[in-house]
Design a protein around this ligand. Structure first.
Ligand code: GSH
Length: 205
């Protein structure tokens, strides 16, 4: 495999997904840290060379740059047991990863960021107006996960896959977004199952 560099902000769940995938597969990755609060991913140099979308994570593969956390996880895990070999299960894994980006991350991760990084007193009027809707949408996502996980140990194909990694990243720190995980017992049991797997690593504090 070509030399791998993860352009990241270590406390980001999106960046953690990629490190967790690499840890499970025993793939070494060099890490390059950016201060997103100081706008380091918005500099002309970053926009020009790393990601025109101004965000991390970006997985650098040799001279090529791959933004989007779930795409980077797919690159690393290609051909491994973290991606189901069965055609339907593989598509089902992707279903949960797309769902994570549309229904989960924009609510659960965004509230963690607003409360934990921006600070409640510093939110704009628009962000403050969005709080109830973000909470409701995050709770709906956790409820749907809880219902699914009451019927199956992992998200797709009955076994651990990238879908679990994608969803674990921000769910296990959802309390930072003021979500109450004890309300979702099947989610809590799944979080413990994932954390107990060999190869698991913690997010950077
Ligand atoms: N859909 C993207 C989301 C990337 C994203 O939102 N990155 C955030 C940190 S988690 C970021 O770079 N924020 C800095 C900024 O927007 O300036 C992914 O999954 O990688």
């Amino acid at each position: 495999m070509a030399n791998l560099i993860l352009h990241e902000y270590a406390r980001s769940g999106n960046c953690y997904k990629i490190r967790l995938t690499a840890a499970h597969l025993g793939i070494p990755i060099e890490r390059r840290e950016y201060d997103i609060m100081a706008g380091e991913t918005r500099s002309p140099a970053f926009l020009d060379a790393v990601n025109a979308n101004g965000r991390i994570p970006v997985l650098q593969v040799g001279d090529d740059y791959l933004p989007e956390s779930n795409a980077a996880c797919c690159y690393l895990a290609d051909g491994s047991d973290l991606i189901p070999h069965d055609r339907f299960d593989r598509a089902d894994m992707l279903r949960w990863m797309f769902w994570e980006q549309y229904n989960h991350e924009p609510n659960v991760a965004t509230l963690r960021f607003w409360y934990g990084w921006v600070g409640e007193d510093n939110l704009t009027d628009l962000q403050r107006a969005m709080l109830p809707a973000k909470h409701a949408a995050g709770e709906a996502a956790l409820t749907l996960m809880d219902e699914h996980l009451s019927r199956t140990p992992f998200f797709a194909g009955g076994r651990f896959s990238l879908a679990d990694i994608a969803l674990y990243a921000y769910t296990h720190v959802a309390e930072g977004g003021r979500f109450e995980l004890h309300l979702y017992p099947a989610v809590e049991a799944w979080l413990a199952r994932v954390a107990d797997l060999p190869g698991h690593i913690a997010i950077d504090a």
